[in-house]
Every structure is written in structure tokens, then in C-alpha cells.
Design a protein around this ligand. Structure first.
Ligand code: CA
Length: 319
């Protein structure tokens, strides 16, 4: 009996030890899954700017994590707390855009009344032919090799379609809808400008005066990637110095620099041929100078333009 009893004690102790390890192993498994899901390696320096539950306080079901912001109200009699909305903490990545390409059921051309000419959501990459000019090298779109890099070479309509698919909208007017481009530097009106300028209080996300290091512009590119500037743009959200100064603004990365960002801030441009829509691409990119990297609007392009310098992020409403 004594021997059997001892055996049972040992067996129970072993069982208890095994049980106590179960939660630990589940935790490790979940951590691994998170790393796989986000494309992060175990040695990556704090990737969660683009990871985790995508939209906890915000509408949306795909894409970068979001934070909720308030925009100042300059309208007499309006709520002193301003209007609230949500914005992606990083530019949309190639991996996220690839999910959209697989999942969307909206035919190109039907995503927005301005986009009837859009024939494809694919980034505009590949070799150029006389009747089929391309704007970007093949390497600019490599969702399997570089899933965490910002998607580029997408036009305004592609960006609109992605944000709609994700349950969000291309950043535009605070309170909803598109914004007249003339209002694009009004923090009470522009979701993107309010986010970049911290409610209109800064010229750059990090302060009033340009600095070469916090954000990825020409100065930082030349310092870190001399001779090979096209390799300068790394994973979205890696420039943890390129953020706002306080509160949720301090979670927003790369509004200045990295890649320029399409917004729903457009104007009709009449020409002899009939005209077209020009839309804002904001914040400058990895080759921009101090002026181009500012939060105020400095660039606008044809709605169908795609470039290795142009990406985007989305906005949405609080849940
Ligand atoms: Ca940017």
C-alpha cells in the first residue's frame, strides 16, 4: 500500500506539474501566433504600432491598428470638446493591401463616382510597354517578401476602395465625407491635418521647427542609406521618433515622411481637354525636404496617378 501510495503521489504531482504548464505553453503559442500574424520577428523592436486588435475603439475590421482623436471645434456654439474620429496609426502595408485584393468583391470602377476609369486595384508595377506605361518597378510591390512595408504605386481610387473594404474611409472631412482641398489645412475640418499637426498646434508632428532625424525624409535617407535611397523605406511604423507629442497623437507614426498619403481632399481641375480631379497627397516622403515634410498641404496629384512615393492610411468613426 505504501509503495502504491507513493506511486500515486508521484503520478498526481507529475499530473499537477503538467497541468500547471498548460497555460504557459498556450501563452507562448499565442505570442508566436501574434508574431506570425503581424509579420514580426521575435527580435523586432516593438512592432505593435501596426499590430494587435485592429480597431478596438474604432469602426473597421482590417488594416493597421487605430486610435481615436478629437479635432478642435472652431465653430461658435459647437461642442467644446470637438468632434471625435479614428485614424490608422501607420500607413497601410503591402500585406494588408494583399488581403484586400483577395477579399474585395467591389469591381474596380465602382468604388467611387469619380473612379469609373479605374480598371484594376493592383499596384501599378511592372515593365513599361509603349501602350501600357508603368509608374513603378516590380520590386515596389512584393507583399510576400516585404509584407510590412507601406503599399505604394496605388492611385486615389485604389486607396478609397481599400479603406471601404476595411470598414473605414480614406481620411477626409472631420465628421464624415470628402473635404474641399481649400480646407485641407484647417484642423477642425481635415482629419489628416488635425492628426499630423496635433490639432493645428505644430508645423510637424514632433514640433514647430523642422528636424532632420525624427521622420524619414531626404535628410535621414541620405544619412542612413547613402547611395541607395530606395531601400530607405522599411516596415510601416518603424520610425518611433516620428510621432506626435502627447496623448493619442504620440501613437501616430510617419504622418511626416516615409511615403506620401492620399486623402479624400480633392478639387476639380478644368483643362482644355475637359479636366480632372486633383487630390491631396500629404506629408512628404523619404526623398522630401523640410518644406515637403510639413503637415500643411504641399502636393496634389491626378486621381489616377500612382507612384512609388504614394501610399495612404484610413480613418473611421468611433464605435
Ligand atoms: Ca507618411
Amino acid at each position: 500500500m505504501t509503495y502504491l501510495h507513493s506511486l500515486m503521489v508521484v503520478a498526481l504531482a507529475t499530473l499537477a506539474a503538467a497541468c500547471s504548464r498548460v497555460p504557459e505553453s498556450v501563452e507562448i503559442h499565442q505570442a508566436n501566433m501574434a508574431a506570425i500574424t503581424t509579420g514580426a520577428s521575435s527580435t523586432a523592436p516593438d512592432p505593435p504600432n501596426n499590430a494587435g486588435p485592429p480597431t478596438a475603439p474604432c469602426k473597421g475590421n482590417a488594416g493597421p491598428r487605430m486610435v481615436a482623436l478629437s479635432a478642435p471645434s472652431h465653430v461658435a456654439g459647437a461642442d467644446a470638446g470637438g468632434l471625435h474620429y479614428c485614424i490608422d496609426v501607420t500607413e497601410v502595408t503591402q500585406g494588408q493591401y494583399a488581403e484586400f485584393l483577395k477579399g474585395t468583391t467591389t469591381p474596380p470602377g465602382s468604388e467611387h463616382p469619380r473612379c469609373a476609369d479605374n480598371r484594376s486595384y493592383l499596384p501599378d508595377v511592372g515593365p513599361s510597354y509603349p501602350n501600357e506605361p508603368r509608374n513603378c518597378e516590380l520590386a515596389a510591390w512584393a507583399p510576400d517578401a516585404t509584407p510590412d512595408k507601406p503599399v505604394v504605386c496605388v492611385d486615389w481610387c485604389d486607396a478609397v476602395a481599400y479603406c471601404r473594404w476595411a470598414g473605414k474611409h480614406l481620411c477626409g472631412k472631420v465628421g464624415g465625407g470628402d473635404l474641399a482641398i481649400e480646407e485641407s489645412d484647417n484642423p477642425s475640418a481635415s482629419e489628416w491635418y488635425n492628426a499630423c499637426s496635433e490639432g493645428g498646434t505644430h508645423a510637424y508632428p514632433y514640433g514647430d521647427n523642422y528636424e532632420p532625424q525624427p521622420c524619414l525624409g531626404a535628410d535621414r535617407t541620405n544619412l542612413s542609406h547613402a547611395g541607395n535611397p530606395t531601400s530607405a523605406v522599411g516596415p510601416a511604423g518603424e520610425h518611433r521618433t516620428c510621432v506626435g507629442t502627447a496623448g493619442p497623437f504620440a501613437s501616430l507614426v510617419d504622418l511626416s515622411g516615409s511615403v506620401q498619403e492620399w486623402t479624400d481632399e480633392c478639387t476639380w481641375h478644368a483643362t482644355a481637354e475637359g479636366g480632372g480631379w486633383l487630390c491631396a497627397v500629404r506629408g512628404g516622403d523619404y526623398l522630401s525636404d523640410a518644406a515637403g515634410l510639413a503637415c500643411r498641404l504641399t502636393n496634389r496629384r491626378n486621381i489616377g496617378a500612382a507612384s512609388a512615393h504614394f501610399g495612404f492610411r484610413c480613418c473611421s468613426e468611433p464605435r
